[in-house]
Design a protein around this ligand. Structure first.
Ligand SMILES: Nc1ncnc2c1ncn2[C@@H]1O[C@H](COP(=O)(O)OP(=O)(O)O)[C@@H](O)[C@H]1O
Ligand SMILES: [Mg+2]
Length: 512
């Protein structure tokens, strides 16, 4: 039986960037075939080529064994290929069924046969477990349901091979499981699925076969059965990765940051920090664990001058920060990687170079007598792009054209290249793929080695355990645990995060 889809030696360039370099892809009918790779590996480009949205510079496409040219999506649909995009394009004012049949309405004489459209939508929805109400308006529906409608659109157009580009990125875990059942349903009925993701667990759960792309090249195709997560990671990033505990030496330097009895209210004016005290020494990483909403966000805001504490003191190298503006606090020696990087971390509409410059337009050697030294800026940006492995055509590329992981690296490159003695790092690897995570971790360790005092706030316990020297656990606005990271377990942290305070931690928490 011929392959459902075969791509032979596909090359696609965007200017100097080779997004796909002689990529081969062989997809058997009736299988879920995953395509994985880090951000920027070329997955979306390859799928856009298969869906006729992009033309390859070189290479051939075979569908059911027949060489096929796909000048546009209409041609791809005709050849039985459908694609569910990362961003949905539904018309809010129309019903579910009207959206499903948009552009290919079933007619009775001059009129749209709404009844037939609804019935057909209901039948398909039942057949594949894509639960929707055909007559409901789209305006009010959840993202998960919108995705089902997009899938139904692809089905009524007669797709036999369905491409889903990072479909789970917008779904809850429950919705993801339902989607996987639908995908297994497709293949059990003889259809073929191309599933793109960078989540290894998902890929291993739902796929039969996986093709791995790295830096635009295909580095392997494997059946999932018998493949370990470690092997898959190794293929993705090109070398083995481990989150092993590193040997730790106690930081013995002087306290750079001293926080004493800090209190603050949240946006609803309820107490969010209730007497937080701790020190951070030179060359020490202090981790902060906690279930979201237990004061971590307010702590970060208080430290960076974005929220006024109601009581207490924050000393940075002996100087009081409470009462000073965010700008003053930066000048005093704080660098801040915010948790919401797209809101506070970068100007998305500006270039990488402008973002690197941000906050030091008036400082030597970036500018002289009010004039920015463009050539210095370009050289520094290029050097930082190399050091932080920021994948983009050049310093003038706009931040909004970068992937999430690369945007995060721009923020880190800027903040870590200051002279700040105190680094406040909030969720450094949220939404970042595994290779970039490793690079970011290495950079944080390097900053520690340079003697900076680091406060690392993360929801990922494995990240805290891998990097921190001590881990503070926050619960209900207090520090309920101060643990040596060398011996701590995730279970131990989990109990503290849930508010279960063991005897030996009581004095730390100040609980009578
Ligand atoms: N339209 C485009 N113009 C310029 N560069 C692009 C364009 N689309 C993708 N790229 C670049 O091609 C590479 C592969 O991107 P992409 O296919 O989106 O990767 P993935 O989907 O695996 O994250 C990246 O370096 C990206 O910046
Ligand atoms: Mg992509």
């Amino acid at each position: 039986m011929p392959l459902a889809v075969e791509l032979r030696s596909i090359t696609k360039r965007f200017g100097a960037i080779v997004a796909n370099e002689r990529v081969n892809l062989a997809v058997e009918r009736g299988k879920v075939h995953a395509i994985i790779g880090e951000n920027g590996a070329g997955k979306t480009t390859l799928m856009n080529i298969l869906f006729g949205l992009l033309q390859p510079d070189e290479g051939a496409i075979l569908i059911d064994g027949v060489p096929t040219v796909l000048p546009n999506p209409a041609a791809a649909i005709k050849a039985g290929i459908g694609m569910v995009h990362q961003h949905f394009k539904l018309v809010q004012s129309l019903t579910v069924a009207e959206n499903v049949f948009l552009g290919m309405e079933i007619r009775k004489g001059l009129f749209i046969d709404h009844r037939a459209q609804s019935e057909r939508t209901a039948t398909l929805s039942k057949q594949f477990g894509l639960e929707v109400d055909p007559n409901e308006r789209v305006g009010l529906l959840s993202v998960g349901i919108e995705q089902r409608i997009e899938i139904l659109k692809v089905l009524v157009r007669g797709a036999r091979t369905i491409i889903l580009d990072e479909p789970t990125a917008v779904l809850t875990p429950q919705e993801s499981r339902e989607l996987f059942q639908t995908l297994r349903g497709f293949v059990s009925q003889g259809m073929t699925v191309l599933f793109i993701s960078h989540h290894l667990e998902e890929v291993m759960e739902v796929s039969d076969t996986v093709t791995v792309l790295r830096l635009g090249k295909e580095v392997g195709v494997r059946p999932i059965a018998g493949l370990s997560k470690a092997e898959l990671i190794q293929m993705m990033v090109g070398h083995a990765i481990s989150f092993d505990r590193r040997p730790r030496q106690k930081a013995k330097g002087a306290a750079v940051v001293e926080i004493r009895d800090l209190w603050a209210r949240d946006d609803r004016l309820l107490p969010a920090l209730r007497g937080v005290s701790f020190d951070i020494r030179r060359g020490e990483i202090v981790g902060v664990a906690g279930v979201a909403g237990n004061g971590q966000a307010e702590l970060a805001e208080a430290l960076s001058g974005l929220r006024a504490p109601s009581h207490g003191s924050i000393l940075l190298e002996g100087r009081e920060l409470v009462g000073r503006s965010a700008r003053d606090i930066r000048a005093a020696g704080l660098a801040h990687v915010p948790g919401d990087r797209l809101v506070r971390g970068v100007d998305r509409h500006a270039s990488i170079a402008s973002n690197i410059l941000m906050g030091r337009q008036d400082a030597l050697p970036w500018s002289r007598r009010g004039i920015i030294d463009r050539s210095y800026l370009t050289r520094r940006t290029e050097a930082l792009m190399r050091r932080f492995d920021i994948r983009a055509p050049g310093p003038q590329s706009l931040v909004k054209s970068l992937s999430g992981g690369n945007i995060q690296k721009v923020v880190l490159a800027r903040e870590f290249s200051t002279e700040a003695r105190f680094l406040l790092i909030d969720q450094p690897t949220r939404g970042v793929d595994i290779g970039a995570t490793e690079a970011i971790h290495a950079e944080i360790m390097r900053q520690r080695g340079e003697g900076r005092a680091i406060l690392l706030i993360s929801v990922q316990l494995d990240e805290l355990i891998a990097l921190a020297d001590r881990i503070l656990v926050m619960f209900a606005g207090r520090i309920v645990g101060d643990l040596d990271a060398a011996g701590v377990t995730e279970e131990e942290l989990g109990l503290l995060m849930a508010g279960v305070v063991p005897e030996r931690q009581r004095d730390v928490a100040g609980i009578a």
